[in-house]
Design a protein around this ligand. Structure first.
Ligand SMILES: [Zn+2]
Length: 316
């Protein structure tokens, strides 16, 4: 039935074109953060994270994804890397659901900041960013919702340092692996407010890079900068070739500082020419793309070392 098959293919293509997720660094970027972190974990911390990750409900899937013949030591590293993608993975996992309001992007109610471990099947999409608003035309700034990525990093790291049960620490560990990456993505720490977008441009999600029906937008461009592979081995190659993180900046431990740096990078590099006022479309220049890639690689390298420092310092 070629006609039915053609229709199926068309629907599949439409689904892929229309469904543009907002993930903050694709899987490859998140796994590159974890790769860098793993190179800086001390021996005791490596053993502890391995013990905690075994408690994740998808541990067996990660293990199955490790190529056969991989050494035990490398397998543990690859699993640590895959774990960094779990908060995005559950967005499409059966049994997990949106919560909050505005398509799940805004917290609402007591469950928004609950920290109860793997029995929690809510997406908590608003944990992935802290969209600090700035205005280009004097439009008043909307309030900044909590909880957000900054408050959650603080909350989760406190649990790792506490006497709470390992099952809860495991949940908080995989979220931390992910969120330390997210907070270093400039468009997860800024939203541009204007008379056209009085609630902000959703971290660049409303800024288009081509004319309809093309769907490319600024947020996804930044998410993709480290690569779009979902293979841990590919992400390890990306991580291995990143620049060395600035040693002084790497010692900063306050998530508020990390968010502030990302906000500054958004103002200076993300919302820079040819990205002008309004929602576009804007055609990015080679010079813009080169500058963006440089900043993204520096942010991911820094996120990796900071994640390692956090785990070495806090994990009990
Ligand atoms: Zn995320």
């Amino acid at each position: 039935m070629p006609r039915a098959r053609n229709l199926f293919c068309l629907l599949l293509v439409l689904a892929l074109v229309l469904n543009v997720p907002t993930f903050a660094w694709d899987n490859e970027g998140h796994m590159a953060v974890a790769y860098v972190a793993y190179q800086h974990l001390n021996t005791g911390t490596k053993a502890r994270v391995n013990q905690l990750l075994r408690l994740n409900p998808d541990y067996s899937h990660w293990k199955a994804a490790v190529p056969s013949g991989t050494s035990a030591a490398k397998s543990k590293m690859l699993i640590f890397m895959m774990a960094a993608t779990w908060p995005d993975y559950i967005k499409h996992k059966t049994g997990y659901s949106d919560d909050g309001i505005e398509n799940g992007d805004r917290p609402d109610g007591a469950t928004s900041s609950q920290n109860v471990g793997y029995s929690d099947h809510l997406h908590h999409k608003y944990w992935h960013f802290v969209d600090t608003p700035f205005s280009t035309d004097g439009t008043p700034l909307p309030s900044l919702p909590t909880p957000n990525v900054q408050t959650q990093i603080t909350a989760f790291r406190a649990v790792l340092a506490s006497n709470d049960p390992d099952a809860k620490k495991s949940y908080d560990l995989v979220w931390l692996e992910h969120l330390v990456g997210d907070i270093h993505q400039p468009l997860h720490a800024a939203t541009r407010v204007s008379s056209a977008d009085p609630q902000g441009d959703h971290g660049g999600n409303l800024v288009t890079l081509c004319s309809a029906p093309c769907k490319q937008e600024l947020h996804a461009f930044w998410d993709d900068l480290l690569g779009t592979s979902s293979k841990a081995s590919s992400a390890a190659t990306v991580g291995r070739n990143l620049p060395t993180a600035d040693a002084t900046l790497a010692t900063k431990t306050d998530a508020a500082d990390w968010a502030a740096e990302s906000f500054d990078a958004a103002e200076q590099t993300v919302y820079a020419a040819p990205v002008a006022n309004g929602n576009g479309p804007f055609t990015l220049t080679p010079a813009y793309k080169t500058a963006a890639k440089k900043v993204a690689r520096q942010r991911v390298a820094l996120a990796g070392v900071r994640l390692a420092n956090l785990l070495n310092d806090e994990l009990q």
